[in-house]
Structure formats: C-alpha cells, structure tokens
Write a protein that binds this ligand. Structure first.
Ligand code: GLU
Length: 506
C-alpha cells in the first residue's frame, strides 16, 4: 500500500442539491490528493434510477467549478479508467455478482415486492438476513432444480450478499481508528438489482478497485455500509488493494443536535447547499452559498474548518495553504457544529483580503443587477477599496456603494432637520464657495479646510459632520466622509450639498 499512487474519488449520486457536507468531502479528498501528488477522480454513482434527478450531475460539475476543485478525471474530461458514470459501466458489474454466487458468498433472491411487503407486515423490524432468509424464496432455501427453472424462465431476481454468521469484521479508519462490526446485525444487502443495475454497495467496491482508488474519504453516514464493503473486498479477492478509509464527521445543526439538514437552513435562514438548487418535482428553489454572496475561497476556508484545524490559531487559509497543511489525522471524530455567523465572518475576512481587481466582476454584477450603471472600471476599483471592509456578503456592496454611482434616493432627514439652523446652512453655503474655487478635492486638504471653517464659524464637528455625511451618502454609514467627497469629485459633492440644502431648509 505504501508505494501505491494516491488516487481519491468523490462519488456523488446525482439526486439533488449539493449539501455543504458533500463539498467538504470533496475538499478533503482534493486536499489529500494534491498534498500527495495524487489524482482526484469524480465518479457519478447513478445506478439508482428511482433517485436519479435530471440536471443534478451538471449541477455537481458546476459546484466543483465554482469552488475551483477541478477533478483530474471525470465524466467530462475522461481519463484512463473511463467511463466515470456508473450507469455506463452497467455491463461490467454482473460478472462479479455471479462470481460471488458461484463461490457461495451471494445468492439469487426471487421474492416479489408484494411478498417482501407481506413479510414486513408480519415481522416487526424485518431484515432480509440470517434470521429469515430460509423462509424466503432464494437460492439458499429452494432446491437447485427449482432455482434453475426460475432462472430459465427469466424470473425477475436480485443477487444478495450472504452475510456470514457470528463473525466480527473490522478495519482501521484513518480518523476513527479501529472499527468493528458484528455480521449478525447486518442484513443481506442487494448487490445486483432485477434490472441488472448494481446497487451502490457492489458498484462502489468494483469501481474503487478498477479505478485503483488508494484512499476513500466519505461521510460518516456511510459507516454502517462498511462491513458489506469489507466483505466484498475480501470475497472478490482484492483485500490487499482495499483503499484506506476515513469516515468524515457529520456537520451538525447549530445547537449540536443532529445532522444539519436542508430544512434547518430554511428554518434558521441560512444556506445549506453550495449553489442554488431547483427541485422541479416540488417546484422549490433552495438558495446556495454562492447566490447569497459567499466567495468560493471563503466557502472552502469555512468548510475546511468544520472538523479540521492545523493545531494553531490560524483561521484564514488559502487553498494552497490548505493543501500544504492538511492532514487527515487532524480531522476530528466528533461532529462539527455549523455556525452561520462564523461562516459570514470568514466571508467578510476574505472580502477584505481580496484585491479590488479580483472582486471587480462580482461587485459589478451585484450593482448592475440592482440597476446601478457602472461606467468606468477605474472608478469601480477605487470604490471597492473604499467600502470592502464594510461588506460581509457580496450583495452588501450594493448598500455600501450605490451612492457613489447615483444620488442617494432618500436622505435621512430625521437625523438632521430637528437640529438644523441658519448657522449650519450658512456653513454649507460658504463651503460650496470654497469648493468652487478649488480645481478638485484632495481628501486631506479638504478636511483641513472644512475644519478651519468650522472653527471660524464656532461650530462643532457634531454640528456639521453628520449633516455632511447624510448629504453625500443619504444615511449614517460609509467610510471617512472626506474620502467619500474626494471619490465623488468636486462637482458631484457640490451638487449633493446644494440638493440636500433645499430639503433641509424646506
Ligand atoms: N454514492 C455515495 C454518495 O452518494 C458515495 C459514498 C461513498 O463515497 O462511498 O454519497
């Protein structure tokens, strides 16, 4: 195993929106592969035709693209072990299921859905396994002759694994350490369905083997399936090639009680999916981190910290730093509570760190979507630098910067008018005169001029600074007011003071 090339896979079933836990699984696989110079494979596990959802595969590809986690091999780019869509590999699974039957590790089961339903009604907590398999219609309970006749008549049947009796099976999980299972407690899972499609259990083992997967990191919810997979690796004679497994901790609800679900997001008002997902059946849109204005860098950063840390105080990591520092032994066994406030904090930190240039196109679309016209990119870059410290999510750029592009739609008159007086009016009229004499506004020089005039008129900062801000911005927010004036320019500053004076004096 030690000299085996690192090859990991993300193996989603295309059934709907991609939960943040799914993206974290991608991320940990990806980081591990890149750290060890290995390959990251995307394999689409679409053998369950009942759960297949149109458009879900493309959605997964789009999510990976948005996150910048590019697979080395996938249904789109292909690769040495193509095809990477299990439905296209259908023909190759039966031989392994038949081999298991021949060798006594699996059996044919002819029970109809109605017969199984009747059994479920008759026996509480019915499991198709050691306790009841003899009472059912399968190649263990029927005679060879009966089985041959049923097969010759093309009677619909599935192939089930025969779980051994009284065995303890175990493996070493890279996160959890020694994990063991009692075979008596596991049912005889279906391996090959009546339509000839493998189930997840057979397909995952066959494909991890054929695709030479060295490490398989997946969500903790798959741990109960591990005994079936372990036995299949053994029965198919591939045990020496079995990947090393790590079952990643769950992402928990903010209160720590149970797994974070899509419904929690709706209930508590935060996204759970990476990107917006439209469920055609329910005609329902579920928002995603992308649409709410998260940067992919921040999204990956916050996901990395759900269950992993580097042992120090550092919280902000670039993808390259994560590749360098990631190690699976620092992934905790315990579930990680999701905290939306903290998630937003990561985004705000990332917005601060990004250059105006790299934020430009995203901010531009936030503004243009709201009907704001952005004429010059040079100007936009300056505005981004001026306000990015105040933005938590990308849509905040609208609220924080629209007034740089258009006269504020409303002025916070109530904060000014009750204390408005002739002295203040006079101050601003003189200020307009001073500005008119200047060629342009320099923030520092203008501030000095403004303060000198304040002194001359025996006014305090509290008397004129707030009205001035409201004149330019419309409300009590934004960066240093003299910087705003400099960015707006002389003519626009004068224009806004004049317009506001009419309102304040009316
Ligand atoms: N197809 C499974 C899923 O949808 C993959 C589990 C695994 O990685 O083994 O998550």
């Amino acid at each position: 195993m030690a000299d085996k090339k690192v090859r990991v896979r993300f193996a989603p079933s295309p059934t709907g929106g991609l939960h943040l836990g799914g993206v974290r699984t991608v991320l940990f696989n990806y980081l591990f592969a890149k750290k060890h110079g290995g390959d990251f494979v995307l394999r689409i596990e679409d053998t369950d035709q009942n759960r297949y959802v149109e458009g879900a595969e493309q959605y997964i590809l789009d999510c990976l693209k948005w996150c910048g986690l590019t697979p080395d091999e996938s249904p789109v780019v292909g690769g040495q072990y193509a095809p990477y869509r299990q439905s296209e590999r259908k023909a190759l699974y039966r031989q392994y299921a038949e081999k298991l039957v021949m060798e006594g590790h699996a059996y044919y089961a002819f029970d109809t859905p109605e017969e199984l339903d009747a059994k479920r009604k008759e026996i509480p907590n019915f499991q198709y396994g050691q306790a009841h398999r003899d009472e059912l219609r399968n190649s263990l309970s029927l005679s060879e002759h009966e089985v041959d006749a049923l097969l010759d008549a093309h009677t619909p049947h599935v192939i089930r694994i025969k779980m051994p009796t009284d065995e303890t099976i175990s493996f070493n999980d890279m996160i959890r350490g020694h994990v063991s299972f009692e075979t008596n407690q596991v049912d005889d899972k279906v391996l090959l369905k009546a339509d000839g499609m493998p189930t997840y259990h057979l397909a995952v083992v066959v494909d991890d083997y054929l695709m030479k997967i060295s490490h398989a990191f997946r969500g903790e919810e798959w741990l109960p399936s591990a005994p079936v997979h372990l036995l299949l690796w053994e029965y198919l004679g591939w045990k020496a090639d079995m990947p090393q497994w790590a079952h990643l901790p769950l992402i928990l609800k903010p209160d720590g009680h149970g797994k974070l679900s899509k419904r929690d997001g709706a209930r508590l008002g935060f996204p759970v999916y990476a990107m917006e997902w439209y469920d055609a059946k329910a005609d329902e849109f579920t928002p995603g981190f992308r649409e709410l204005g998260f940067l992919p860098e921040a999204f990956l950063n916050l996901l990395a910290m759900l269950g992993w840390n580097d042992g120090g105080d550092q919280e902000i990591f670039t993808l390259d730093e994560l590749i360098e520092k990631f190690s699976i032994d620092r992934v905790s066994k315990a579930g990680a509570k999701f905290d939306y406030e903290k998630a937003k904090w990561y985004n705000a930190e990332w917005i601060k760190r990004e250059s105006a240039e790299s934020l430009k196109s995203k901010v531009k679309s936030v503004l243009t979507d709201k009907g704001v016209t952005v004429k010059e990119d040079e100007y936009l870059l300056k505005i981004i630098d001026a306000v990015k410290e105040r933005c938590i999510l990308l849509p905040d750029f609208y609220q924080q910067s629209a007034y740089f592009f258009e006269v504020p739609k409303e002025l916070d008159v109530n904060s000014v008018k009750p204390k408005w007086n002739e002295a203040k009016n006079d101050f601003f009229n003189v200020l307009i005169g001073l500005l008119k004499d200047e060629a342009s506004i320099d923030a520092v020089a203008f501030e000095a001029q403004f303060k000198a005039l304040m002194e001359e008129k025996a006014l305090k900062a509290g008397d004129v600074m707030l009205p001035f801000r409201i004149m330019l911005v419309g409300g009590k927010f934004g960066p240093h007011v003299f910087d705003i004036a400099a960015l707006l320019g002389k003519d626009e500053t004068i224009n806004r003071i004049e317009k506001a004076l009419i309102v304040f004096n009316s």
